[in-house]
Design a protein around this ligand. Structure first.
Ligand code: BES
Ligand code: MN
Ligand code: ZN
Length: 480
């Protein structure tokens, strides 16, 4: 169970009889703090040199009968959703190991601000443990706020739990998580979320001509799958979006084997696919009006006697041939089939793919920003806006047409990596490779290799999978 913390809304102000050990109230700007404290609030804040920044907390012990309780004065910064998300996470972290936390919402922060604060609090309570549990997250958060905050609370729950599902799927070790396992989880999500699901078994992939997915999966004892989930809204707006996720359940590199350091976190190489599953699962709860189809191209990239070899040529869905110069550039091979299938059969208005595609993107952008590649400027704008609002920020990277020549192959239509090292820009050439399979549709590629995993417990992130992309796409597809 990823987030076990319960959220309740109560309109009544916290009173003496309440048994919460911790009471959190906002401070900063013109906010007034309505709680009885042993020292006047301005003097307290001055004493602690508190500025009211988001994430800042001044902890004040107060007497309660014979016991001591604590009031947490939490800073709210500029009261933007980003600031309040950070504030919510800080408050929830401070309540670790406690039974109950009482949080007063900042007045006037609005629906979006309240949602962000509560979402931040829930996400900070996420844990993934196999075996004994360490310090538990706070069991219950009681939210003091007006009746109108109920909607914000509900939305925060849906987006946080969807993000937690993405994290759970990505954190699961590959000893358990193979393509069939991932497909089974997707089918469960479909059953409880009113989606239809189709799972393509290996023989169906062969009959359908999905040569990329099959080639990547052929070295593994756990054969590949293509997962298709579809959401049909009750009140459709007429648009159809396809989401495509990279679902490599473990990336050893294949015969182009990675060193241990490059391999040890590769259970999360299906993070893009996990986002697709979780987003589809939350659309009905959020009342999304766009028809959405999710495709997860799932395979395990392993070296063996049956593995594909550098120099092999594969035939993708739709007939394009690819020379595999490096078996570790496998994500683009499974995505190519799914993109070509989407173009040919699903014929959507817009296609978005998400993939932990290249180490090169984390060199370019580091760990805080995801990359969006697209030549559809309006789509880029929409996605960047959704990313900023939801807390999954994106940076627009270029598709440089001149670099396409890097992928020319002597024997096939295209090669899967640059062979000569003349162009560089590994994240860009990877995106250009994918573009070949999109049929010129309105398309964006999100390279999330740098942001899918966090190296530390920090703010809304827990060490391990971040769920990056889940909140972004839910905002884009079902934003307020
Ligand atoms: N899954 C990796 C990319 C990756 C690297 C994700 C680090 C997360 C953290 C991908 O399949 C890969 O191996 N890419 C290669 C491409 C190269 C062979 C052209 C890379 O980035 O080294
Ligand atoms: Mn790889
Ligand atoms: Zn990979």
């Amino acid at each position: 169970m990823p987030i076990e913390t319960a959220l309740h809304l109560t309109e009544a102000p916290a009173d003496e009889k309440d048994d919460a050990e911790l009471t959190a109230v906002p401070f900063g700007g013109d906010l007034t703090v309505d709680v009885r404290l042993p020292v006047p609030v301005p003097a307290l804040l001055a004493h602690h040199e508190a500025k009211g920044e988001a994430g800042e907390i001044v902890e004040v012990p107060v007497t309660h009968g014979d016991a001591v309780r604590r009031v947490l004065l939490y800073g709210v910064g500029d009261r933007s959703p980003a600031a309040l998300r950070k504030a919510g996470a800080a408050v929830a972290r401070r309540a670790k190991g406690r039974r109950a936390l009482d949080v007063t919402l900042p007045r006037g922060a609005g629906h979006e601000g309240w949602t962000a604060l509560l979402e931040g609090a829930l996400l900070a309570c996420y844990t993934f443990r196999i075996g004994a549990d360490r310090t538990k997250a706070v069991a219950e958060i009681r939210v003091r706020g007006p009746e109108q905050a109920a909607q914000a609370l509900r939305r925060a729950e849906v987006t946080a739990h969807a993000t937690a599902l993405t994290r759970d799927l990505a954190n699961m070790p590959s000893s358990e998580k193979n393509p069939a396992w991932l497909a089974a989880r997707a089918v469960e999500v479909a059953e409880r979320s009113g989606l239809t699901a189709r799972v393509w078994e290996p023989d169906e992939l062969a009959a359908g001509g999905f040569g990329g997915i099959l080639a990547v999966g052929q070295g593994s004892a756990s054969p590949p799958r293509l997962i298709e989930l579809s959401y049909v809204p009750d009140d459709p707006d007429g648009a159809h979006v396809v989401l495509v996720g990279k679902g490599i359940t473990f990336d050893s590199g294949g015969l182009s084997l990675k060193p241990t350091d490059g391999m040890k976190f590769m259970k999360t190489d299906m993070a893009g696919g996990a986002v697709v599953i979780s987003v589809l699962g939350a659309l009905r709860d959020l009342g999304a009006r766009t028809r959405v189809t999710g495709l997860v191209a799932a395979a395990e990239n392993m070296p063996s006697g049956s593995a594909q070899r550098p120099g092999d040529v594969i035939r993708h869905y739709g007939g394009k041939t690819v020379e595999v110069l490096n078996t570790d550039a496998e994500g683009r091979l499974v995505l190519a089939d799914a993109l070509a299938y989407a173009d040919d059969v699903l014929k959507p208005d817009t296609v978005i793919d998400l993939a932990t595609l290249t180490g090169a993107i984390s060199v370019a952008l580091g760990r805080d920003l995801g990359a969006v590649f697209s030549q559809h400027e309006d789509l880029v704008k929409e996605l960047i806006a959704a990313g900023t609002a939801s807390g999954d920020p994106l940076w627009h990277m270029p598709l440089i047409d001149e670099y396409r020549a890097a992928l020319d192959s002597a024997v096939a239509d295209i090669a899967n990596i640059e062979s000569e090292g003349k162009y560089g820009g590994g994240a860009i050439t990877a995106a250009l490779f994918l573009r070949e399979f999109t049929g010129g549709r309105r398309w964006a590629h999100l390279d999330i290799a740098g942001v899918a995993r966090s190296t530390a417990d920090d703010g809304v992130y827990t060490k391990g999978a971040t769920g990056f992309g889940t909140r972004l796409l839910l905002e884009w597809l079902a934003g307020a």
